[in-house]
Design a protein around this ligand. Structure first.
Ligand SMILES: CC(C)(COP(=O)(O)OP(=O)(O)OC[C@H]1O[C@@H](n2cnc3c(N)ncnc32)[C@H](O)[C@@H]1OP(=O)(O)O)[C@@H](O)C(=O)NCCC(=O)NCCS
Length: 161
């Protein structure tokens, strides 16, 4: 199960992170949930995206990205991110945010979000908060606080990462 994989890779304190407040109770973006399975059907890796809003403009939030520890370092994470970003572009999403290691996400074109006037509502290492234009120029004129996507109401029974 995805939640167990996330506990193993991030630790159980993961839900205290600021990004969880943005995702809490919401489903992942439809069509942007990816898993990798082993030969026996075991869950090896997972990547999901979540809808957010920046001053009323829609964006997506990448993560959590997790690879089962014994399968790490074999290209699984990079493959999932590349696949996920390609799918997000195809679906017409324009801006993607992530909180993660800059060295890991820079190759996809992610750049620091704070200098671009984007604000995460809660404690975050500013260097880890990054943004990617899925459409050239999409960031122009977009500034402000990242908020939960307004059009989706929280559901008490959702399976949240
Ligand atoms: C981070 C994670 C998703 C990477 O997935 P992976 O399948 O192990 O990574 P890949 O094999 O696709 O990529 C390996 C490359 O990423 C780099 N890398 C791996 N973890 C990294 C990290 N935390 N920070 C920076 N670079 C990292 C490796 O050095 C390697 O670089 P190279 O290609 O130049 O040699 C995985 O290690 C994981 O689940 N870690 C625990 C959960 C976590 O920290 N997730 C954070 C996502 S921001």
């Amino acid at each position: 199960m995805i939640e167990d994989l996330l506990d193993r890779t991030f630790g159980s304190e993961r839900q205290e992170k600021t990004v969880y407040r943005l995702r809490e109770g919401l489903p992942a973006v439809e069509g942007l949930s990816f898993i990798a399975e082993g030969g026996q059907g075991e869950l090896i890796a997972s990547l999901r995206f979540w809808a957010v809003s920046i001053s009323g403009e829609p964006a997506i939030l990448l993560g959590p990205l997790a690879v089962e520890p014994r399968y790490q370092g074999q290209g699984m994470g990079r493959a999932l991110v590349a696949w996920g970003l390609k799918a997000a572009k195809q679906q017409g999403h324009r801006l993607c945010l992530v909180v993660g290691e800059p060295a890991y996400y820079a190759p996809y074109g992610f750049i620091p979000a704070c200098p671009n006037g984007l604000i995460l509502p809660g404690p975050v290492d500013p260097e880890r908060f990054q943004v990617l234009e899925l459409v050239a120029g999409a960031i122009e004129g977009i500034r402000g606080v990242i908020e939960r996507a307004p059009e989706i109401e929280p559901s008490a029974s959702s399976d949240v990462a």
